[in-house]
Design a protein around this ligand. Sequence first.
Ligand code: B12
Length: 257
Amino acid sequence: MSAVEAGGDAGKRIVRPYGDTTGDGMVQVSFTLPVSHDKRAEGAAVQLANKMGIDPAMLVHAKPMSDGFTFFVVYGRVNHLVDLSAVQVVERDFPLLSAKEVNAVVKRRLRRKLSVVGACIGTDAHTVGIDAILNVKGIAGEKGLEYYRELKVTNLGAQVSVPELVEAARVERADAVLVSQVVTQRDAHLHNTREMSAAFREAMPAGRRPLLIVGGPRFDETMAGELGVDRIFGRGTTPGEVASFLVHALIEKKAKA
Ligand code: B12
């Protein structure tokens, strides 16, 4: 049986959303409008959906959130096509190594422990993501970086200021700095990341700057260059991927030196 027959993507280039029947273009969106829930509010939700290219648009759910706010779910058809050949993503360009392999490479190439400093910066207090990457307990069946014998992990926790982070990186002679940003309100994650990378550039010469890595569920992984960091990790990242990247980048850095 071919991949297409089995429901795979081989041979597919142009696709449309699927709701009730193949290629019917049906999508579902949810949003909140700053209006009290009544008939006019429901009409406003449908109008917005039409303006978004959803036509016909069916209001399937409306719930008052508080005085003057209503949450909506709209289901309807779009005519847009998705061209899979034009999709741009950051593919993993390094091999996935086991913890044993990571430890062996660090020991052989660095001949000391690799120092990692992690934190949530700014006002962000969402530590679950960075803890999943750093703490022994890890995530998705993988142990975190603290488990790796050849990595020395310093987890600074939440709401760390950029100057505190730079200082800790200096004290710990960090090879890599891992920053988590979960809150994206008013693009806080982008502002904080730019501030952080600029501070490291100012504080340390290029050859002595640690690898700068940021992660969080709402980052666009293609923005690393623009934000001045070496790599961005998004939703569902596992510690093994991060450890493998550290080793890969470390070897590249050494090869260039
Ligand atoms: C738990 C939680 C909290 C807890 C946090 C507890 C803690 N110690 O972390 C508490 C209750 C404190 C909280 C508070 C708030 N929260 Co909150 N919270 C959540 C919630 C439900 C889950 C987040 C989570 O733990 N995910 C699980 C982890 C494992 O996933 P992750 O963070 O994505 O991490 C993975 C990857 O992204 C990646 N990753 C993440 N960081 C890094 C870093 C590196 C270096 C790497 C390599 C990878 C990596 O790897 C991780 C593992 O795969 C989310 C909603 C949701 N379902 O996501 C809202 C959410 C994040 N919170 C939100 C908000 C608004 C708030 C508050 C402002 C609410 C308020 N009005 O007070 C406050 C802000 C507090 C603050 N100062 O930051 C919003 C953010 C909206 C936005 N656009 O920014 C969300 C999305 C809820 C929502 N839909 O509105 N929150």
